[in-house]
Design a protein around this ligand. Structure first.
Ligand code: ZN
Length: 354
């Protein structure tokens, strides 16, 4: 019996000290009248917050977690940062009062061109007021365009210049209006590729996706995960699983075409059937990982040092997210990791919208 208790204590200590357990939450709207796919009702949002409070989670500003990551310091367990994306006014009208009442900080990633535009969006005055009350205002581009997409006949060089300018303009605008702009960025639509990542790295940012998963010190600092909540992902049992997740210790990912040619990034043409390989720092975990696409299990091959994850069907144009989980050995706590894939149309063009 003593041995069993000691064993569980050791696992617990491992998880707590594995520094892979802080999570970042992302919401868009807290409202019953906004688009369902990106909204959570005020009641469900309160239920999330009540769970965190009752279960003694610490809610800290995202920039504090980012500072720990920059300094390679342990990420505390049971720690959560709350974020909102886009510059919607209902964040000011409904989410902000709810969080302010609890004195809980959050980060608002705003697309600066939309600020002050019509009734749907916040004003700079509202953002300044929020900023004085524990809200961090951060960069979500100026236009909220699909940043990885090159315009027709735009060279790679011109695309780079355009994208760099957009990131810097939004940053300058926030600094000017708010007085402070942290060096963090949230990709519009969560979309990134290796070139966009490298631009953000060069400019000195730490960047956030909408790939679900817990934070980890070994993760790529230009694609840090956040758990998105909205649409069919708002219920408390789903939230509890995610708030208690730990990061799958992925050390590297390689992308391949169906005929095993290496891809430089997570992007293919619609109709392709690529695969990817993940290496984990804990080899014992390799055989325990399962990956899913829209809830359906994917074809997985556990090798000695890595896992091969293949699509059963060709990719459709747009975004595709693969979710991988594994049991941690502690009830209610799962390793969690998500990989985004992007597919152009079959000609390699980004001509469609969404
Ligand atoms: Zn957005």
């Amino acid at each position: 019996m003593k041995t069993i208790i000691l064993y569980f204590l050791l696992i617990l200590i491992f998880i707590c000290e594995s520094t892979n357990a802080a999570v970042v939450l992302i919401y868009h709207h807290v409202s019953n009248t906004t688009p369902k796919s990106t909204s959570i009702s005020p009641e469900d949002f309160e239920a999330h917050l009540n769970y965190l409070e009752t279960n003694e989670f610490t809610v800290i500003p995202l920039i504090e977690l980012v500072e720990l990551i920059r300094q390679n310091k342990p990420l505390p367990d049971k720690t959560v940062a709350i974020t909102f994306d886009d510059a919607y006014r209902d964040v000011y009208e409904s989410a902000y009062p709810i969080l302010k009442k609890r004195n809980w900080p959050f980060t608002f990633f705003v697309n600066t061109d939309s600020v002050g535009k019509g009734k749907l969006f916040v004003t700079w005055d509202q953002l300044r007021e929020m900023s004085k009350n524990g809200v961090t205002i951060a960069n979500h581009s100026t236009s909220h365009n699909h940043m990885v997409r090159r315009n027709t006949e735009e060279s790679v060089k011109d695309w780079r210049i355009r994208v760099e300018r957009e990131i810097s303009l939004a940053q300058d605008n926030i600094k000017q209006e708010i007085g402070f702009a942290p060096k963090i960025f949230a990709y519009p639509y969560g979309e990134y590729n290796s070139e966009l990542k490298s631009i953000l790295e060069k400019l000195g940012y730490i960047s956030f996706t909408q790939q679900a998963g817990a934070l980890s010190l070994i993760a790529d600092k230009q694609i840090l995960p956040r758990f998105p909540f909205g649409g069919s992902y708002t219920k408390l049992d789903d939230f509890i699983l995610k708030a208690n997740s730990v990061a799958l210790p992925v050390t590297s990912i390689k992308f391949f075409t169906a005929d095993r040619k290496p891809l430089i990034t997570n992007s293919v043409k619609a109709g392709d059937k690529p695969f990817f390989e993940m290496q984990l720092s804990d080899e014992l975990l390799i055989k325990k990982v399962n990956c899913y696409l829209n809830g359906e299990p994917m074809a997985i091959e556990a090798k000695e040092q890595s896992i091969k994850i293949a699509f059963k069907k060709p990719l459709e144009q747009g975004r595709t997210k693969v979710t991988c989980t594994a049991p941690s050995g502690i009830k209610g706590r799962h390793y969690w990791f998500t990989q985004l894939w992007l597919a152009t149309d079959k000609h390699g063009e980004w001509k469609y919208t969404d």
